[in-house]
Design a protein. Structure first.
Length: 89
């Protein structure tokens, strides 16, 4: 995985956060990025958060397990934790 791929994910999630973590164009952009990198833990974590936003808890939990992560507070709180980890990576 390249740093530019992570940068794209961070930028897309920032736009999704600015949109209030709602379904729509921003959500689809993040979901597409995550699907393109299936099997890479940072993207699987993003995939989990996407399905959490969607309200599909079963699917979200599947992706959390694949990413080796757990839910963290609110959507905004989880994005803050995720962004910090992705920025350090």
């Amino acid at each position: 995985m390249s740093n530019s791929d992570l940068s794209r994910l961070i930028d897309a999630f920032d736009q999704l956060a600015a949109a209030g973590f709602t379904m729509g164009t921003e959500w689809e952009a993040v979901h597409n990025i995550c699907q393109a990198h299936e099997g890479e833990k940072p993207f699987d974590w993003g995939h989990a958060l996407c399905h959490r936003i969607e309200g599909d808890d079963w699917n979200a939990d599947y992706w959390y397990r694949r990413a080796g992560q757990k839910r963290v507070g609110s959507l905004a709180e989880e994005w803050a934790v995720m962004k910090t980890e992705l920025t350090v990576a």
